[in-house]
Design a protein around this ligand. Structure first.
Ligand SMILES: Nc1ncnc2c1ncn2[C@@H]1O[C@H](COP(=O)(O)OP(=O)(O)O)[C@@H](O)[C@H]1O
Ligand SMILES: [Mg+2]
Length: 305
């Protein structure tokens, strides 16, 4: 069918709400290959669906072994391209299937930041670190300089460009790892427990930078984390993953008050949500606080009423 006759004689179609999705995960099943020949495959992902719009901040929580890292690796095709195993369903990055495109082709669109910044940083200086991925992509030198400066400015690390990554704090190292991914101009950034080795200041630095990226640059975020206070504050949606399945999904105010799902996935809930739950049980109120600021406003309004 040509462009000219497309749709002729048919009612005009409503715009496809999925057309602007940056990432689509469709009924994804995955099992790693067994360690020993003849052993059974063990299913790790068992039917995961996820749609991601530009600038959306989606968090994934769940117990160890739920399949969170495996899901992260499936988003840029490392699973199954490098891992083998048994795979069913589909991951589409801007509509392109990870089954049909190499990891190197997908890496510029989907940037992944891992838990341990030590394993991601290996160059002599911060600027070499951020330039490394771009060099591999063959970005021309003048463009590379612009992107390098931009990426370091975005994560607040411009002053450190000539330093050795070894001299940085944990939070700063993670910000450099994020800058290296940003220099590739991704539309999605996937972070797999990026703050678990960091002190509270480092955790705050990482969450603030990521929040700013999605707010000011419409970069979609998949954040795999256990930090429920920060997740409650920043996420548009939270997915609870248990044994390779999404057991509940929704805005944080719904997910953190779904007591059955929270208990099944063994995740923490923000302390103010615990207070609200106890208060609701005692007084019959229906508070759904997620932050101290919410609680302040809600309790003040109740007092006034
Ligand atoms: N490379 C691998 N080969 C075989 N099994 C693996 C591999 N990586 C992870 N697994 C198994 O897959 C399951 C899910 O692991 P993972 O995705 O790392 O979960 P999470 O990140 O939620 O802790 C676990 O049972 C783990 O042992
Ligand atoms: Mg993991």
């Amino acid at each position: 069918m040509t462009r000219q006759n497309a749709g002729q004689g048919r009612a005009p179609q409503a715009p496809d709400p999925r057309a602007d999705l940056v990432l689509q995960v469709r009924d994804l099943h995955y099992a790693y290959p067994p360690l020993h020949e003849g052993d059974e495959f063990v299913d790790v992902l068992r039917g995961v669906d996820l749609d991601l719009h530009p600038g959306e901040f989606v968090s994934v929580m769940g117990p160890t072994g739920a399949g969170k890292t495996t899901l992260a690796l499936a988003l840029n095709g490392i699973v199954p391209r490098s891992t083998g195993g048994r795979y069913r369903g589909e991951v589409l990055v801007h509509g392109a299937s990870t089954k049909e495109h190499e990891v190197a082709e997908l890496a510029p669109s989907v940037g992944v930041v891992f838990q341990d910044p030590e394993t991601q940083l290996f160059c002599m200086s911060v600027e070499d670190e951020v330039a490394f991925g771009m060099e591999n992509l063959g970005v021309p030198a003048p463009q590379m300089r612009t992107r390098l400066a931009e990426a370091l400015a975005l994560v607040g690390m411009s002053e450190y460009r000539t330093r050795s990554p070894r001299q940085l704090s944990g939070g700063q190292k993670q910000r450099v790892a994020i800058a290296a991914v940003l220099a590739m101009r991704p539309s999605v950034i996937v972070l797999d427990e990026p703050t678990s080795g960091l002190d509270p200041i480092g955790k705050h630095e990482v969450f603030s930078v990521v929040e700013q990226l999605r707010r000011e640059h419409s970069i979609a975020v998949v954040m795999i984390e256990h930090e429920c206070d920060q997740i409650a504050q920043f996420s548009d949606r939270v997915l609870l993953l248990e044994a390779g399945r999404v057991i509940t999904e929704g805005p944080p105010a719904d997910v953190f008050y779904d007591q059955e799902a929270v208990a099944r996935a063994g995740v923490c809930i923000p302390q103010v949500a615990e207070v609200a739950t106890e208060l609701n049980a005692l007084t019959g109120s229906a508070h759904r606080f997620l932050t101290v600021a919410d609680a302040f406003v809600g309790l003040h309004d109740q007092e006034v009423a």
